[in-house]
Each structure stands twice: as C-alpha cells, then as structure tokens.
Write a protein that binds this ligand. Structure first.
Ligand code: AMP
Length: 396
C-alpha cells in the first residue's frame, strides 16, 4: 500500500510516499516558494533532484509532486493510481476532532470553522486538501490533527482559570500540539517496554517543544495551549509567560498586541535569551567557549523542561517512563543529562555512555533507575500514514 503524506504550509508543502506497514519511504520532498515562483526538491534514497517549476498555487505544487512521482527517471511509481490514499497533517482540529478522519465536505467545513483557532496553519492545510481533492478526486483523503491526541485531557487540565463565557462562547482552552508525535512515541514506547498500562511523560524537544503527561496511552495534560506559544521555552518562542509582560511591552514600546506576539513567537526562547541562535548546537558551542548568555539559555531550557516533568509526575501520581524525542530530544545528550540531573529526587538515573546516543531508539536509564528513560525518535509521517490506512480500510 502507498500513502502520500502531505504537510502543507502557506508557501511550502512537504510530502512523503510511504508504505504504512513497513514504514519504508519510497520518495519524499518539498515544494517551496508556492505563490512566488516555485521550487521542488525531490529525494529518492540518496539521490536528490531540484527543479524550478512554476507554482502559482498549491494545486500546481501537488501536480508537480504527482508528476515527479510517476516520472520515468526520478519517479517511484508507474501511475498515480498506485497511490492508495492521501494523509494530510492539519494543525488545529478544535474540539471537533478527537481523532483522525476521512475527509468529506462536512470535515472541510469543520476545519474551516477551526481557522480562528489556527489562523496561521489551517488555511494552508486546507489548500493542500483542496488541491489533492481536485487532482485526485477518487483517492481517499484523511485529515490527521495535531490537536486530536490531546482531546482526552480532563477539564481541570484543559480549562484556563478565566471566566467560563470565553470557553463557552469562544472555545478558549488548552488544546496542545505535536499530538501526532506524542501519539507515535506513546504507541512505540508501549511496544518497546512491552506494556499497555503505564504512566509516562514525553518530552518533544525540537525547534518547537512540548511536553505530554500520558496515562495508559491517553493524554492527561500537555504544555502547549490554545496556541503553540505556551509551555517550555523553545527555539524562538518564549513558552509560558505572565500576560502582563505583553501589556507592559505594548504600552512602553507602543507596540500592537500582534507585534508583541510576533516577538514572543519569533524572537524569544533560547534565541532571545542567548542573542546568538535558536539552534541548540550553536548554544552548546557558545557555552563551551564561555558565552554566559548561551549557557543561561541552555540552563533555562533544561530547568523549565525538568519542572514540567516534575509537575506531570505529580499530576500522574508518579511515572514509569520518561521519553525524549524530536531534534533536541533525540540528539541532545547535554540537554537530556541536565534535565535528568534535576529528576534524581524521583529516582531517575541515566547511563552517561548510553546517553551519547543520537537519533536511535535506546533505553538510556541505568538498571536501578526507578523510571525508565528512553530516546524514541519520532515519526509523524508514519503515524499519519498509519492512521490514514486504518481509516481507509475501515471504510471498505
Ligand atoms: P526539530 O524541530 O525536531 O527538527 O529539531 C530541530 C532542532 O534540533 C535544531 O534546532 C537543533 O537545535 C536541534 N538539534 C539537532 N541536532 C542536535 C544535536 N546533535 N545536539 C543538540 N541539538 C540538536
């Protein structure tokens, strides 16, 4: 079976053609500069092809992807009929979607209704869906939501302590993001440790970072909120912040709320603290060379991450497993070690040798650690493809 996984942004579109049973990726790539001029980067195994192709809209981008997938030289399939289904990443599903679903007109309408909650992402996701529908009208399309896996949170976790009318009238609440990644890691961890019933905290630490408290495969709490700005500090996002900071900065610097939010989303986090970079490798280099601001950025990131683990361990009344995933979680030995140093009080102990692992599945805790600590590389595309095939098969 071949599933085409699509992650459409406003001017870009990532794709992977994969077999959801084996996880094998036959081709993947990226369309960039959609609406400007258009460039396709296509990879098959170790080979990469870059082509400038006019892409006035997402429709031409999808068409370019389908053309190269069936190209006699660079392609991997003979005909687009070999694509059994398309799985779309959709960022915000609001309260309407607690799971992935087959796309029909009512689903499109519901994704449109969620635009006020996900104004940056949902319109682009819809462009990708509509382009695929018009070019491949007979191929089933599935929407996989970043928010869906978090819908099991109890009200005490997802409600903000503000007047109820904002929840009732405007759906203002914690939704959480990276749900597809948290779901993949939770399912994979269950396989790795051979248990279904266990309590875990997953640290998805990348350029964007989020934490999830998961009990028996169901999310109990997560660190991102109405938007991805909340939670631990990130590459360029501030993470949790006192709302009065916004008021103060807007008043003092005559900034609009939108301008202030752009600063909090794009210029803050470890970039803002270090003044050097949002990339943790640069911060580690800087700190090693004695840059105190880089060291502070790393310290703040590890401290806040560890605080979330502690808080979630309390929320779950103890945890059995701690997992690290995404760019920093999978590769950042320093960050993992520093986070775990704070958690000694919970009996967390990691093996310094095993903690050198990069990008591989590995248990890094010692045998006498009270909590198993694992590195579990995430695979959101595989999760999307698996959900897609499950829904398509169920509908047969
Ligand atoms: P992601 O958003 O999941 O793709 O993660 C990207 C981030 O992973 C980059 O910004 C880097 O900061 C981080 N990263 C990648 N490799 C390493 C590494 N070897 N050590 C520390 N951080 C890394």
């Amino acid at each position: 079976m071949n599933v085409l996984v699509i992650n459409a942004g406003s001017s870009s579109l990532k794709y992977q053609l994969m077999n959801p049973e084996t996880g094998d990726v036959s081709a993947k790539g990226l369309c960039e500069r959609i609406g400007i001029d258009g460039r396709l980067t296509h990879k098959v195994g170790g080979n990469k092809v870059v082509k400038d192709i006019p892409m006035p809209s997402h429709s031409e981008a999808i068409q370019a992807v389908l053309s190269i997938l069936v190209d006699p030289v660079d392609g991997v399939i003979k005909s687009t009929d070999e694509i059994d289904a398309v799985g779309h990443r959709v960022v915000h599903g609001g309260e309407k979607f607690a799971d992935s679903c087959l796309i029909d007109d009512s689903v499109i309408k519901a994704i449109e209704d969620c635009i006020p909650l996900g104004p940056l992402h949902n319109p682009a996701n819809l462009l990708g869906i509509r382009a695929c529908q018009s070019i491949m009208p007979n191929t089933p399309q599935v929407a996989v939501f970043d928010t869906a896996f978090h819908m099991t949170m109890p009200a005490k976790a997802y409600r903000y302590a503000i007047p109820t009318e904002y929840y009732k009238n405007d759906s203002i609440r914690r939704y959480g993001f990276h749900g597809t990644s948290h779901k993949y890691v939770a399912l994979r961890t269950a396989e790795l440790i051979g248990k279904k019933e266990f309590k875990m905290v997953n640290c998805h630490l990348g350029n964007g970072s989020s934490m999830a408290a998961i009990k028996n495969g169901k999310v109990q709490d997560t660190s991102m909120g109405l938007s991805p700005l909340a939670g631990v500090p990130m590459g360029t996002r501030s993470g949790d912040i006192d709302a009065c900071v916004v008021q103060f900065i807007c008043n003092k610097y005559n900034m609009s709320v939108d301008e202030c939010l752009t600063m909090l989303n794009k210029k803050s986090g470890v970039l803002g603290l270090s003044g050097v970079s949002s990339d943790f490798r640069d911060l580690e280099d800087g700190a090693q060379k004695g840059n105190a601001d880089c060291q502070l950025a790393l310290d703040k990131f590890c401290y806040e991450t560890a605080k979330y683990v502690g808080a979630y361990a309390a929320a779950l009344n103890g945890i059995d497993v701690l997992t690290f995933t995404a760019g920093v979680g999978e590769n950042g030995s320093y960050v993992r070690q520093e986070v775990c140093n704070y958690l000694g009080f919970m009996g967390v102990k990691i093996d310094a040798e095993k903690n050198k692992v990069r990008g591989e599945e590995m248990k890094i805790s010692t045998d006498d650690s009270k909590v198993e600590v694992w590195v579990v590389p995430t695979n959101e595309e595989l999760m999307i493809a698996k959900d897609t095939v499950a829904l398509v098969n169920a509908a047969k």
